[in-house]
Structure formats: structure tokens, C-alpha cells
Design a protein around this ligand. Sequence first.
Ligand code: HPA
Length: 246
Amino acid sequence: MNTVAIIGGTGLSSLEGLAVATELDIETPFGAPSAPIVKAVLGGKNVLFLARHGLPHRFPPHKVNYRANLWALKEAGAETVIGVNAVGGIHPAMGAGHFCVPHQVIDYTWGREGSFFEVDLQWVTHIDFTYPYDSALRDRLIQLLARSGLPYSSQGVYGATQGPRLETAAEIMRMERDGCDIVGMTGMPEAALARELELPYACLALVVNPAAGKAPGIITMGAIEEVLVGGMQQARNLLTRFIEES
Ligand code: HPA
């Protein structure tokens, strides 16, 4: 039985309906993960859950220990990983409440610990990252979204920014010229670290606001939260189905 791990982002700090939940405190060579890993059974299937920002929400995107998170999930038995991310919409199709299963990523982050490969290595350290997300995992998410009736895009380029501030309108214009469809702060280095550990990884992104300059006025947390609450409940339902069908 394939053990699915979910990394929940902003607005998704837990799953529901988990039976036999135990909490695993795992120390890694890279420090502690954001929170204990919840190991549980859902619909008869093993599932692992990790709150990316901690419980309660403690770590902003640039302070998340991505290496410890991925390492701990692997140690807990994860065989596939789905990262759930709240994002801003750049492409006109990516309105608030829209889901996207990105197929590519551009990394604009800096200064984050982005590799398990450090010093004194005796093996090849250059992973292939041509296609950053696992295509079989993406297909399964896309099929679920197609059945759900929710608005979604089956591909998109995720632009990962450093945060924690939101972008300027000019930065978003540049990202649009680069080909980015959505913008978020937590997609990298998570995806690359999963690849280094040979964990199939895909991203389920929920657009919670038009990116800077893509709608009149400024971006308010109130407007984001309005979309987050309902949207992440939909994400939770999708993931429950995903796990039950694993
Ligand atoms: N930019 C970056 N990250 C985000 C945004 C955004 O507009 N919305 C949610 N996460």
C-alpha cells in the first residue's frame, strides 16, 4: 500500500476523518520539521500529514525547514508527496478559487537551504529536474479535479518567490513575461528536495487572490482568508478522495 504524505500549507493545517492518528516527533540531520508528523488511516489507507508552517502557524515561507520536512516524511514512510499551496493568480484564467496542478516551476527564492547534498559526497549530486513534478501523480490530481466540477487548470508555471512580503506589480509583470501563471512562496525548494530523495511529488495549488497589479487596489489578508476557508475545505475533500483511491 502506497503511503501518501500531504504537506498542508496556509489554511490547511489538518485533514479530517483521520483514524488511529499518532504523532511522530522526528529529528533529522537537518533539524526538526515544522511540526510532528501525523500518521493515520483514512478510508483504510495510510496517510502522513505535515503542517508546513507549523502548529500553530509559526514559520513564514522563508523560515520553513524544508529539508527537515522532506527528510522526516521519508523517514516516516512516505512514498509519494503532495504539497498543497495557496497562491496568487497571474494568468487571467487563474481567478480566486481556481485550482491548478502546475507542470513547471521557476525559482526566484534565495538563501534557502535547497539541497541535501553538502560536503564530502561520494555520489552524483545533480538531480534531473527537467520536469519538476511527477506526471503520474499530477494525472491523478487532474482526474480528481475533472470529476469534482471545481474550476481548475491542468497545468501552469509556478513562480516561487521569497516572501514573506507579497510582490510588487512590476515584479508580477516580469514574472508574467517569464511565463509564470501562479505565484507562491513555498513551492521551492520543496519540490527539488523531494526529487533529491526520489519521492514522487506534485503540487495542488489554490488561487486565493489575483497577484499584485492583476486587480484594482491592493491585496488584503481579509480577501485572501475569505477564499482560503472554502477553498481549502474543497482541497481537503479532494485529498480525502485521493487517499481513499490510493
Ligand atoms: N504572492 C505570493 N504568494 C502568495 C500569494 C501572492 O500573491 N497569494 C498567496 N500566496
